[in-house]
Design a protein around this ligand. Structure first.
Ligand code: MN
Length: 233
């Protein structure tokens, strides 16, 4: 049935796919916080294995991989966070961890751009994280690689460089909650659907970005991402 709208809807956000002209249409972006022990410590936390912390970004916050990301308003402490991004091909609720990887279409390199000063303020005051995590162009995501080509997340290297200097360097097996455990826990809170993306947390070494910085980031077996921080919008 043809639906008529009072204005033309924005096009669906979608990711490029390795080896295909087809794109992966994005439904929602979920993120887990505090998932590498040394990052929890550098943020002043205790990396004991409590319940995972989830937040989200709007699907249309994806912007800038391979291009320029304008320095966002409202912050003087903009941080990079390189992360493995999981793309969901089959939805479900209460997905058991030992079946979770069957729900994964593929993987990509992502950057969870963060207004660290607003996040610290929200933590102190018990306020929401939306404006520290879900602002415009706060998600950079590279080309998706099918799980059949990547394999399973295990000891692959994950890294991020700013102006050629390494800032983050770890391996995916350092996650506190593994990808199957993340999917199992998240699907107890929401019903996952095809098109959902999950940012799986960042290792230690997060730091501030300033206009002009060139960021490159990668995960062994996936296409790297690169972008430049532009002047304020
Ligand atoms: Mn993050």
């Amino acid at each position: 049935m043809y639906t008529s709208y009072v204005f033309t809807p924005a096009p669906r956000t979608a990711l490029a796919v390795r080896g295909s002209a087809d794109r992966f249409a994005v439904r929602r972006i979920y993120c887990i916080g505090r998932n590498y022990a040394d990052h929890v410590r550098e943020m002043g936390g205790d990396p004991s294995r409590e319940s995972p912390i989830f937040f989200s970004k709007p699907a249309d916050a994806i912007a800038g991989a391979g291009g320029v990301v304008a320095y966002p308003p409202g912050t003087t402490d903009l941080h990079h966070e390189v992360e493995l991004v999981v793309a969901i091909q089959r939805g479900g609720a209460n997905i058991p961890a030992d079946e979770a990887l069957n729900h994964v279409w593929g993987y990509a390199v992502g950057n969870d751009l963060t207004r660290r000063d607003l996040q610290a303020q929200a933590r102190t005051k018990g306020q929401p994280w939306d404006m520290s995590k879900g602002f415009d162009a706060s998600a950079q995501i590279g080309v998706l690689t099918p799980a059949s080509e990547f394999g399973e997340p295990s000891t692959q290297a994950i890294w991020l460089k700013v102006n050629g200097q390494t800032r983050q360097q770890s391996t995916l097996d350092k996650m506190i909650w593994s990808v199957p455990e993340i999917i199992a826990a998240l699907s107890q809170l929401v019903t996952l659907q095809v098109g959902d993306l999950i940012f799986t947390g960042t290792p230690e070494g997060v730091s501030a970005l300033t206009p002009g910085d060139e960021v490159t980031a990668g995960i062994e077996g996936l296409d790297p991402i690169e972008f430049r921080i532009g002047p304020p919008a």
